[in-house]
Design a protein around this ligand. Structure first.
Ligand SMILES: [Zn+2]
Length: 286
């Protein structure tokens, strides 16, 4: 319990909290839902080839939390590249919101991964964003431009107005395009994981699938990589989506966590996949 409290506290400090505000429809329900109208925002160009879920209740953006529990032991490691709109001065003073060593480790270990990047992060680190975006090992997904909250109460994050939500997500896609990320995925992770029906409704026109997680790594502000790794190993199940961070200043142990967790999970028979593969396996609309 103490461990849980610590990990949730750390997670919240980074603005990434478990959401209990909306539930995820099952794959069958999703595949029966009607197809959405074509996105009016094709100009932002999230990949049109990516598997996505059918809309949720009322036609709103669907929510994905994990893949199939049976069959293949697939697990998706996801990395939030966090940087908020007001952290530019801190970056200018030398604070590192990137984590190149982590990306090197994933490449060395040949671990496919999904990187949920804020637009502000991609602006700060355009070469890294492009390099990640053009590496077939990875897929780039959207973590908003500003990393502000899409609900009124989300662990102290500044709140984004409802009428700005869609534009904030589209702005991140625009930055991705500008820095040379091709085919960013139509997947969106809410800052802090906080969302409600209003937020899902606001993002419906963008055509994204909201991606949550079922395993909280607790890497945010952690100092004991071994403890984080053990927690992940305890909780991962077939189909799991694990949330970690690609932000060195706020999650300094993540590279070591990955180097510990990956060989162990492979020994247990798991294989690593990108979120798109779990979504495809869960029932898609394409
Ligand atoms: Zn985040």
């Amino acid at each position: 319990m103490i461990t849980l409290v610590r990990r949730v506290t750390a997670l919240c400090a980074l603005g990434a909290a478990l959401s209990v505000l909306a539930s995820c429809a099952g794959p069958e329900e999703m595949t029966r839902a009607p197809l959405p109208a074509p996105s009016a925002t094709a100009s932002v160009s999230p990949s049109l080839r990516a598997p996505t879920l059918a809309p949720g209740p009322g036609g709103t953006a669907p929510v994905f939390e994990h893949g199939p529990r049976s069959g293949d032991k697939a697990v998706a490691l996801t990395f939030d590249a966090d940087m908020t709109a007001d952290q530019g001065p801190r970056a200018a003073q030398g604070e590192r919101f990137d984590n190149p060593g982590l990306i090197v480790a994933l490449r060395e270990l040949k671990v496919p991964a999904t990187v949920f990047m804020t637009g502000r992060w991609a602006e700060e680190y355009p070469e890294q964003a492009r390099s990640i975006g053009r590496d077939p090992l990875f897929e780039v997904a959207n973590h908003s431009y500003s990393h502000h909250s899409f609900t009124d109460d989300c662990y102290g994050l500044p709140t984004i107005a409802e009428e700005r939500m869609r534009a904030d997500v589209e702005r991140a896609y625009a930055v991705f395009r500008k820095v040379g990320v091709r085919d960013a995925m139509p997947y969106f992770r809410f800052p802090g994981g906080c969302y409600d029906r209003r937020a899902l409704r606001a993002l419906t026109p963008v055509g994204v699938t909201a991606v949550q997680w079922d395993v909280v790594s607790g890497d945010a502000f952690a100092t004991d990589a071994g403890a984080v790794a053990r927690g992940v190993l305890d909780e991962v199940r077939p189909g799991s989506v694990v949330v970690l961070h690609c932000t060195r200043s706020a999650a300094p142990t993540t590279e070591r966590v990955v180097r510990g967790v990956v060989p162990e999970l492979r020994r247990e028979g798991f294989r690593f996949v990108k979120v798109s593969e779990l979504i495809r396996a869960s029932g898609t609309r394409r």
